[in-house]
Design a binder for this molecule. Structure first.
Ligand SMILES: Cc1ncc(COP(=O)(O)O)c(C=O)c1O
Ligand SMILES: N[C@@H](CCOP(=O)(O)O)C(=O)O
Length: 462
């Protein structure tokens, strides 16, 4: 399996190298040169298999021999043994044809665990094999950070630096990161927003001189392994609902777009997905592109769904690559324009996207209303991110006869502010985390300056 850049000017890489990197050298994101296919028969055989078994079978072609089957199977099994639910990602029926896919039963209570439990193990495996050290640099709006730290804290071969926007993540999210006092874990609160933090990560890949030759690795969804691991739950959910004999639609709370893009990949591989619904909070760029062809930046707003407070959505680039029929020149030109001025998509790619995707934006008032409404109707207390999905699924479902699955991306215990504002009492944290709010914390507050961040990393890394 070879991976190529969405900008077309970086060397193609194999799986091991693609996992051990971040951005391509031309500023693009890596995608598989050819997507593996899931045949009708293969999908039919998935019925009744465990999540880990489906995960192994779906991801194996992407690994393409870079890890022997026995070892890869073990890494996958260990990754999902860390989840607190036998089904790993249980599916709950909300009404006749609406389901909730609970992706928050991992160690840090958000969907990021699904991919980051595996990515930490893959990194450890490859770095140990090479006897090499690496620096991990990640940006988080709250959930990736703790999941990455949890996935990597035991890795001998790396130091992990996570940038989060100062005072713009929930208290539980912050403490899940900053109370990990391991020697190889470094939390930096940036006096800026998520986009500033993500831009610093990307700039660091473009110029790695500050690391004196040590390898830099990404844990955000710019790393292909994140997307690969996230395709699995679409397959598992669809099969549980009758695929390949029956179509399924998905609605996904979206921001950096790694989650929904994984669903798109699953469909391209042959999963019978009828519709994909993009749910956003008030940071609605993805909704504006699909509904009005308005691909322009607006100021980043702080919302009750803080993990989705993102304007520059990294994985939209990967979707553009496919929508533009792999025309890397056109993708490059569009994204360069977007950096400096409002942009719009050409007619053909936009029509392609609109045939599959719908979108809806949910502001704070509607998030609160949806949490109350969903609770009254189904008994489920949704977290504010999942609430955007629930509402978008109701508003955008074009095919009511097809089962609709809303992805529940986080546990409500992480977002007390929204839960309380919606009129409920705070949801207690699970037993293993019950003392989280009194644990010692360690983090550094830095200005949103690339130089300050790189300087800190160069001094702190081991
Ligand atoms: C709880 C939660 N929901 C939704 C999202 C959006 O997912 P994505 O960035 O993959 O679109 C995130 C973070 O990105 C998140 O942490
Ligand atoms: N919502 C994310 C933002 C980063 O997204 P990623 O999927 O690219 O890691 C977060 O919680 O940090």
């Amino acid at each position: 399996m070879r991976y190529i850049s969405t900008r077309g000017k970086a060397p193609a890489l194999g799986f091991e190298d693609v996992v051990l990197t971040g951005l391509a050298s031309d500023g693009g994101l890596y995608v598989p040169e050819d997507l593996p296919r899931l045949s009708h028969q293969e999908l039919a055989e998935f019925a009744g298999l465990s999540y880990a078994e489906i995960a192994f079978r779906v991801m194996r072609p992407f690994v393409g021999g870079a890890i022997d089957d026995g070892t890869f199977k073990r890494l996958v099994e260990e990754s999902y043994a860390s989840f607190h639910h036998d089904a790993v990602v249980p599916l709950k029926q909300l009404d006749a044809n609406h389901f909730l896919l609970e992706l928050f039963h991992g160690p840090t209570l958000a969907f990021k665990d699904v991919a980051l439990q595996l990515l930490g193990r893959l990194l450890d495996h490859f770095l140990a094999k090479r006897d090499e050290r690496a620096v991990i640099l990640g940006a988080t709006s709250g959930d990736t950070g703790s999941a990455a730290i949890e996935g990597c804290r035991h890795c001998e071969h790396l130091d992990i630096f996570i940038l989060h926007p100062y005072q713009r993540v929930s208290e539980v999210q912050r403490r899940q990161m900053t109370s990990v006092l391991a020697d190889n874990v470094f939390n930096i609160a940036i006096e800026g927003n998520f986009d500033d933090a993500q831009a610093m990560v990307k700039a660091s890949f473009a110029d790695q001189a500050f690391l004196d030759g040590t390898r830099l690795v990404a844990v955000n969804s710019i790393n292909w392994a994140r997307i690969m691991a996230q395709t699995v739950y679409y397959v598992a959910a669809a099969v549980a609902l009758g695929a390949p004999h029956r179509e399924v639609s998905f609605t996904v709370p979206s921001a950096n777009f790694g989650n929904l893009f994984a669903g798109y990949i699953a469909r391209e591989m042959g999963l019978p997905i009828r519709q994909l619904v993009i749910a956003t909070n008030a940071n609605d760029i993805l909704h504006r592109v699909i509904s009005d062809n308005d691909f322009s930046r607006r100021e980043l707003l702080a919302t009750l769904a803080p993990s989705m407070d993102i304007v520059v959505s990294s994985n939209f680039e990967r979707l553009l690559f496919f929508a533009y029929d792999r025309d890397t020149g056109a993708v490059d030109a569009l994204l360069e324009r977007f950096k400096h001025e409002p942009a719009s998509l050409a007619d053909a790619p936009l029509e392609r996207l609109r045939a599959l995707f719908s979108s809806y934006s949910v502001d704070d008032a509607e998030i609160l209303e949806t949490i109350r409404d969903a609770h009254a109707r189904t008994g489920e207390l949704l977290d504010p991110h999942t609430a955007t999905g629930y509402r978008a699924a109701e508003r955008c479902n074009r095919h009511p006869e097809v089962p609709m699955v809303t992805l529940a991306t986080a546990h409500p215990a992480k977002f007390a502010e929204a839960v309380v504002k919606a009129g409920f009492t705070e949801v207690p944290l699970p037993e293993a985390m019950s003392d989280l709010l009194t644990r010692e914390e360690r983090y550094e507050v830095l200005p949103a300056s690339l130089e300050a961040v790189q300087d800190y990393i160069a001094r702190a890394r081991r």
